[in-house]
Design a protein around this ligand. Structure first.
Ligand code: SF4
Ligand code: SF4
Length: 353
């Protein structure tokens, strides 16, 4: 039976994270030696660790040490939202860990064509890094809310294999259909096929994640060979009553079966607040969805006092519906696809939903 390991860890104390890692790998019966390993953290944007936007450097430090002690060659990389991998690694504190521990950088700047016949209507994906060039991929997401998908956990984290500019193209293809976007994320995840997913939830984010939500100290670490069951276990832990888009599609396709949760102390997360967006893409007929979207779907709004007029939101908008006529963004809500990339990428947290 599949297993999810959930642990309680109150701080980024490297010895405690290492202890969780050792116990977790043992419980999962996962061993490796002399392997070429890729660590894929969440490197969304250049923020310091205390902002809880990126995977914390101590998690990478503990994983790096564990793997180097076993003779592995360890690479770290991701495709950030709009900045270079190097810039985000520097700001996140992970670059120091890379240098101090003999790790290497995977810049995610390739264009690898991956053909995958999965559950979405799409069969060809361009990836920034070739999963086949590693013996082992360890997926290291950050526990955060996400305006479009509800949460960003293990399955969503592998969307980072898509190069920055390609991400917008996929958002545009899926348009307003969150379930279609979820099926696309599942195909990308299955094409990448990480061997292990380890969730960094010691600190994380609720409310308006994944960039400018409320930073929380959840004290949570989790690990599994299977990101679908790990994500499901976390959704249950925070008390969600219904599955989010990825979980809904994953269940429909038999990707979440029975699994065992092994707890090394369980963090009590009692007051988790989801993103202020409403999923109107449940199993309703199309005409009902259209009405619900018009009435309820949250639109991106500018908080002008926070805006620096940098234009990142306009560049990130897949539908090109943001202009800056007087140096401040203006949204054309008629053609907005509600992907919330603008809110996710704004470095100042000036876009609210
Ligand atoms: S809303 Fe954010 S991303 Fe857009 S121009 Fe203002 S500061 Fe830049
Ligand atoms: S305005 Fe924002 S939410 Fe609307 S399509 Fe552009 S990036 Fe997506």
């Amino acid at each position: 039976m599949k297993k999810v390991i959930v642990g309680q860890c109150s701080s980024y104390d490297v010895a405690k994270v290492e202890e969780f890692l050792h116990r977790g790998f043992q419980a999962l019966d996962f061993t490796m030696r002399d392997a070429r390993v890729l660590l894929k953290p969440n490197l969304l944007s250049s923020k310091p660790p205390e902002k809880a936007v990126t995977t914390h450097p101590v998690i990478i430090q503990a994983l790096g040490k564990y793997l180097r002690d076993r003779g592995c060659e360890v690479y770290v990389g991701d495709s950030p939202g709009y900045e270079s991998t190097e810039k985000v690694l520097n700001k996140s504190g992970i670059m120091d860990i890379v240098r101090e521990n003999g790790l290497k950088i995977a810049p995610f700047e390739q264009r690898v064509i991956k053909r995958w016949n999965g559950i979405s209507p799409y069969q060809e994906f361009i990836l920034g890094e070739d999963p086949a060039s590693y013996d082992v991929i360890i997926n290291v997401p950050k526990f955060k809310t996400h305006a479009m998908m509800g949460l960003t956990l293990g399955v969503k984290n592998t969307f980072g294999f898509i190069p920055s500019k390609e991400k917008a193209r996929w958002h545009l293809k899926a348009g307003r259909d969150r379930l279609l976007f979820a099926s696309l994320l599942i195909d990308i995840h299955n094409a990448v096929r990480p061997s292990i997913t380890m969730l960094d939830g010691i600190s994380g984010m609720d409310k308006d994640g994944p960039t400018s939500g409320r930073v929380r100290q959840f004290g949570l670490l989790a690990m599994s060979k299977d990101a679908y069951v790990l994500d499901d276990a976390i959704e249950r832990l925070i008390g969600l009553s219904a599955p989010l888009p990825i979980g809904l599609i994953a269940k429909e396709h038999g990707l979440i079966g029975e699994y065992e949760t092994i707890a090394f102390g369980t963090p009590a997360i009692t007051d988790f607040i989801m993103s202020n967006t409403m999923d109107t893409d449940g199993r309703f007929p199309d005409f009902v969805k259209k009405i619900l979207r018009k009435v309820f779907v949250k639109k991106p709004k500018l908080q002008a006092d926070l805006c620096k007029g940098c234009g990142v939101c306009a560049e990130a908008c897949p539908a090109h519906v943001i202009t800056l006529p007087e140096g401040l963004p203006l949204f054309d809500h008629r053609t907005c696809i509600h992907c919330y990339c603008c809110q996710e990428m704004c470095p100042e947290g000036a876009i609210k939903v």
